[in-house]
Design a protein around this ligand. Sequence first.
Ligand code: DGJ
Length: 341
Amino acid sequence: MSILRIRTFVLLTSLFFLFITENRAQFTTYKTGTLLIDTEGDPVNAHGAGMLYHKGKYYLYGEIKKGTTWLVPDQSWECYRVPASGISVYSSEDLVKWKNEGIALAPTSGNPSSDLDTGNVLERPKVLYNSNTKKFVMWLHIDSKTYSYARAGVAISDSPTGPFTYLSSMRPNGNMARDLTVFQDEDQKAYLFYASEDNKTMQICLLSEDYLSPTTRYKRILIDQHREAPAVFKHQNRYYLITSGTTGWSPNKASYAVADSIFDNWVIKGNPCKGKHADLTFFSQSTFVLTVIGKQNTYLFLADRWDKTNLANSTYVWLPLKMKGQEPVIRWRKRWHIPDN
Ligand code: DGJ
C-alpha cells in the first residue's frame, strides 16, 4: 500500500471512530450537574421532577422554572421565587433522549385565589397510572408565595402527556402538606408521602382506590426530624425513603429510612451519598428514585441542583443508586452512561 493510501485509511478510520464516539457521547453520556438537553436541542425544564413508566416509555414531569427570580420580602428564610409556570412533561424510551411533550398542567393568571395562579407555588409533581380507572393522576405541592397554604393538589388525565385537569387541593386529614411524592405498591395501593406539621414531621397517607383523594389511614414518620424532598423506592420487599434536610434552596445532607411495610416503623439509617461532597448531596436535593425497568436492581437517583438566586438556571444531578446488600449507595460520577450502572 502506498503511503498516501495508508494515510487515507488511517484518516477515514479515525473519522469513523470519532463519529461513533461522538454519537455515543451525544446520546448516552450524561454529565452530572449540568443541563439535560432534549431532542430539539433545548434545555429540559423539569425540576422537582418525578417519572412514570407506561407502555414502553418513561415520562418525566417537572416544575417549569422560568422568568426572573425574586425574594419574597419579610420572610425569616430565603424565600426565592419564580412565577409558577406549570408542569412540563417529556418522554423517553431509553432515559437519555427526552422529547418535549409540552405542558402537562398549565398555570392560570390574573386570579390569585386560584391554586394554579402564576403568583402561587406549584412544585414536585408526581404521576401515577391507575389501571382500574385508566386515568393518570398527578399529585403536586400547591402553596402560596410565602408557603403558608401548604396543601397537596391533584389533577387527572386520560393520557400520560396530559393535558391534566386540575381537581382540587387539600390538607390530608387536616394536616399540612408541602414537599411530596407518591408511591404505588405492587398490590396497586398508592400512598402520598409529604412533609407536614410545619416541615417537622413527615406523613404517609393511603390514597383512595382511584388515587384521587387521601383516606383517613395515615402515619406520622420521621417525627421532629425536619425532613423534606421525599423519594421512595422498594427493593427486595423493603421500602426505602430518601429525604433532605430543610434548608430552603441550599443543599444539605441526605438521609434514608427503611421500613418492612409502608405503615411499619421507619428506621433512620444515614446518608446514602458517599465520597467528596456527600454531606451536601453533591450540591443537590433529592426528588425521585426511579426503578429502571427490565434491569435488575438498577435505580436512578434524581436530584435538583438549585440555583437559588436564578432558579431558572437550576440543573440536575442524576446518579446511579446501587444497593450494597440492604444499603443504598450513591456516589458521584462526573460522566456516565444512563442507565448502565
Ligand atoms: C425546599 C423544597 O424542597 C423545594 O421544593 C422548595 O419548596 C424550596 N424548599 C423552597 O425554598
